[in-house]
Design a protein around this ligand. Sequence first.
Ligand code: ATP
Length: 285
Amino acid sequence: MTTLYEGAFAKLNLTLDVLGKREDGYHDLKSVMQTISVRDDVEIDIGTGKPWTLECSEEGIPCDERNLAWKAAKVFFDVTKKDPDGIAIRITKRIPSGAGMGGGSADAAAVLRALNRHYGNPFSIFALAELGAQVGSDVPFCVVCGTAMVEGRGERLRKLPDMPDCVFVICKPEFSVSTPELYKKIDEVAIPKRPDNKAMESALLAGDLGKVCENVFNVFDPVVTQEHLELNYIKSIFNSYGAAAFQMTGSGSAVFAIVPDFEFAAVICSMLRDNYPNVFIAKPV
Ligand code: ATP
């Protein structure tokens, strides 16, 4: 039996635009995504000689074929036609669920990367990302990691220059947002403001953190904030303690701030910790 170890990195949406609803019911998105150092740990035993199992350190997450990590392993073995003779997956969760930080997708991506490496890299990283699209919309990006422009349902992605050095503070409030309901809402309203993805791309090309911060914007942020004014409280703390940008990630409910260094991050963190157990300081990875 062999055990594989892989880090599963959370993502943030530096920008997120919803371009429209497609005929298949999904929405076309355009988003600059960034992986960060908040991570789950994934371990896979290969060749257990027993039926597949999955354990997860957090309660409430399905530990069977509904888990995205399990689905990813299934897709990998179906496509490669390899027989692992039993696998056991263990996930140590740190990425909060229902946060818009892509926790499940990150675990799935980690499984794909670990299995690909174990079997001698039958897939290039972009072919592996394509395989990930069968598991979930955010999985292709989570396979590739770094900074990327992501389009379509998440299956079209283009690497961008690395995010300039900075520190993120992420705060996940208690409430979660229903992603399908949020999409329904956004279909019913005219979107008053959209991110300028071209300007974000230019800012990244120039390595200009100030311009990156100016262009952080997620179309879902005002929609969710309107219903959960608590997000304004968290943002006011970010704002008062020197954050250069702050915004919700994905469909929420986590909000992140970009700050110049750890000292700013530590102060913001100490201001939020009393009310919010899920506050993280992270670096881009
Ligand atoms: P996203 O940014 O992709 O919207 P999210 O913030 O909604 O992610 P996830 O951590 O991906 O949060 O969890 C969403 C749901 O997916 C959970 O409620 C859980 O039931 C299911 N799920 C399936 N597999 C996993 C996994 N490996 N880790 C966490 N959740 C998982």
